[in-house]
Ligand binder design. Sequence first.
Ligand code: NAD
Ligand code: ZN
Length: 349
Amino acid sequence: MAKQLNVKTPEGQYPIVIETGALAHIERHVTDFGLDGHVVIATDDTVQSLYADALRTKLPNAQVVSMPSGEQHKHLETVRHFYDELIRLKADRHTTLVALGGGVVGDTVGFVAASYMRGIRFVQMPTTLLAMVDSSVGGKVGVDLPQGKNLVGAFKQPALVLIDTDVLQTLPPSQWRAGMAEVIKHGFIADSSLLNPTQYSPDNTPDMVARAVQVKIDIVEQDPYEENIRAFLNLGHTFAHAIEQVTHYAWLHGDAVGVGLLLAGKLSVQLGITNNTDLVPMIDNLLQKIGLPRSIGNLDPETLYSAMATDKKWKGGKSRFVLLEDVGKPVIVTDAPKELVLAALTETS
Ligand SMILES: NC(=O)c1ccc[n+]([C@@H]2O[C@H](COP(=O)([O-])OP(=O)(O)OC[C@H]3O[C@@H](n4cnc5c(N)ncnc54)[C@H](O)[C@@H]3O)[C@@H](O)[C@H]2O)c1
Ligand SMILES: [Zn+2]
């Protein structure tokens, strides 16, 4: 069963097609998806053997290029490696570059597609839950520098996002959980149906993904260049980035986002922004059901606070958090007192 969602962008619009089995039966769609010309499938080493080599044989004129798996390879050397590969394969302005993989592949390959020959046609085929519901939509692409994450990038809208949830069957459980943190984040921002655990059964995955993506679509359509409400997508992320930084990325991003949601809920209560007394228990309960961490363990609240204070978005030392007035009502709060932030962290140790 296929479902199509459309995303309006400043330059036009693109479809997101959600279809189970679409990759295994891509031959049905070669022309509609514009994959009948020269295609380069860019992937990582894990996804190459699982899906990319098979996909290549089903397209009339496709080749595969690959990067090593993992965030530590989302950097400019990999971009350079892909430029070399594209030249070697005689890719030109008529070539379609397909990013087949998780968010690391999508972000890196998207940046290549934005810059190679001043931009070539780009298709996203996300293979992790996180990439399906978050990173493949919205046009932000880029890589990390040694000085920090995502410091080099561009806006590059894909021509198509093709989501085949069948590929999630090979995803490690830890990566599934990490993606679920972003699904419930979207639930708290704008769609309470995503907070109902009956949504999380394997049969329902295509529908759950469609709902979670729709939350992102609605936001990026209104604020494509992150000038205002796109910041809502950072719910839980100020805390999460601090945890990732302090642990030198030993925590999976989604695990950190899970606890970050709980901390955002607690801070919303401490500041009197919400009077929904069910909010924190509800977040805690969902994290438990999904198997996400619900505590910062032995991480030091002061150290985490100092890490947050280096956030680019904390202008003039003023804190900045996305918090919740209620389910479906995110707000940006810029002057949370340090003592209350520390209190939320201490309470979550
Ligand atoms: N551009 C955006 O708007 C945006 C938004 C959120 C996150 N991101 C970025 O996304 C990245 C994280 O993405 P991610 O969580 O997908 O990580 P990832 O791309 O590293 O994938 C996680 C692991 O799963 C493996 N994998 C992928 N698909 C698989 C499958 N179907 N079966 C088995 N294994 C599979 C990968 O090889 C990798 O080892 C970060 O770099 C983050 O900055 C970008
Ligand atoms: Zn995230």
